[in-house]
Design a binder for this molecule. Structure first.
Ligand code: CP3
Length: 351
């Protein structure tokens, strides 16, 4: 097969078409493990970087230049759309995101404002336009948003959580308010993602990072309908969508039912078993353990090879981690993974 561009390689894999080499990118590929990023963060807060398109575009492009990945992911954060909804968001050092006016009940849900992303998130859309121009048809550009459950969990908990007890209590004690909240979030996200596609995103990923906290029954009842609304709306845009979560071994078929051309697989689930469970009807993305990037080279290479072997040369595998890159990760190891995947990964034909 002729050599493809990175853009073709990534998009083909999303549509389960053959590729010359397995495409690879990394969740959180822009960030603190990179000295270029730390240098920019020394002068700007995270929210400043996100709000200034020329800076956000530069950060988005850093891993493309340094690592040779097949896709760029917009530099932004899943929590940004909550700000125009009326949420006071702050990123604190050490503790992560803090929401100063968390949702406690129906009054706060009613007060959430609808969002016109082309106005209040215009800077994010401008970042996409700049990056798309810079990538010049060579490397694919991925947009993203948080999924309703994961966003609701931050809104209700006020920050990260282990048990998601406040979230689950609202769901169980006041299902009507829960449904109003999920419905509002789904509308905002669907519109925001449509605007990202208009601005140049060639694929979009929906991050439902914390949905693994739920049982399949609760997922089906309290989450699936809202996530499905978003994927259905996206179908009109014509771009492939990626549906990602962690702790999802028992949720994968339901996530597939909710939607997504590509399903993200966490590292606790063997890729071959996950894909079989999905009956090969969607592409898969994953699933190296982010901690494997700390292993010595021979061990790292073995683990990369193991993921590729489990993908079995089937069309529709996008190599990634099972979750985001950790802040202390050695950059050279990340770069080595890109080389290893490009040297050894294939799909749709025997090498
Ligand atoms: O390179 C990329 O992947 C694109 C940029 C990106 C960021 N956040 C920038 C960021 C993306 C895709 C996200 C998504 C995101 N944000 C998720 C879903 C992905 C996942 O990891 O499950 C979640 C849950 C968030 C919320 C969030 N933002 C948390 C929990 C934190 C603090 C934890 C941490 O890593 O510090 C953030 C901050 C954040 N968002 C950073 C970056 C690069 C850390 C940066 C910094 O302080 O400079």
């Amino acid at each position: 097969m002729d050599e493809l561009t990175s853009e073709e390689r990534f998009l083909n894999a999303c549509w389960q078409k053959p590729v010359d080499r397995t495409p690879v990118w990394f969740m959180r590929q822009a960030g603190r493990y990179m000295s270029e990023y730390r240098a920019m963060r020394a002068n700007h807060t995270l929210l400043e970087l996100c709000a200034r398109p020329e800076l956000a575009a530069e950060v988005t492009l850093q891993p493309v230049q340094r690592l040779g990945v097949d896709a760029a992911i917009l530099f932004a954060d899943i929590l940004l759309p909550l700000v125009p909804m009326g949420i006071h968001l702050e990123f604190t050092t050490g503790e992560g995101p803090v929401i100063h006016n968390p949702i406690q009940g129906s009054a706060e849900v009613t007060a959430l404002r609808p969002v016109e992303p082309r106005e209040s998130l215009a800077s994010v859309l401008e970042t996409l336009r700049i990056v798309r121009r810079e990538l010049d048809g060579k490397v694919a550009l991925i947009g993203f948003a948080g999924a309703p459950f994961t966003l609701a969990s931050y809104l209700i908990e006020g920050g990260p959580s282990r048990s998601y007890l406040k979230t689950k209590r609202l769901m169980l004690e006041d299902p009507l308010t829960w449904r109003q909240l999920m419905d509002k979030l789904a509308r905002v996200i669907a519109d925001y993602l449509a605007a990202q596609v208009e601005a140049g995103a060639q694929a979009v990923q929906l991050f439902d990072s914390w949905v693994g906290a739920l049982s399949p029954d609760d997922y089906r009842e309290y989450v699936l309908p809202y996530t499905r609304t978003i994927f259905q709306a996206l179908e009109q845009s014509g771009v492939p969508s990626i549906h990602f979560g962690t702790g999802t071994a028992s949720l994968l078929p339901l996530m597939q039912e909710a939607g997504g051309r590509v399903i993200g697989i966490d590292w606790q689930t063997p890729l071959d078993a996950a894909w079989e469970l999905l009956e090969y009807r969607t592409a898969v993305q994953g699933n190296l353990d982010p901690a494997a990037l700390f292993a010595p080279e021979p061990e790292l290479a073995k683990r990369v090879e193991r993921v590729l072997r489990k993908a079995g040369g089937r069309p529709g595998h996008i190599f990634n981690l099972g979750h985001g890159i950790l802040p202390e990760t050695p950059v050279d190891n990340v770069k080595r993974v890109v080389e290893l995947v490009h040297e050894n990964g294939f799909s749709g034909q025997k090498p």
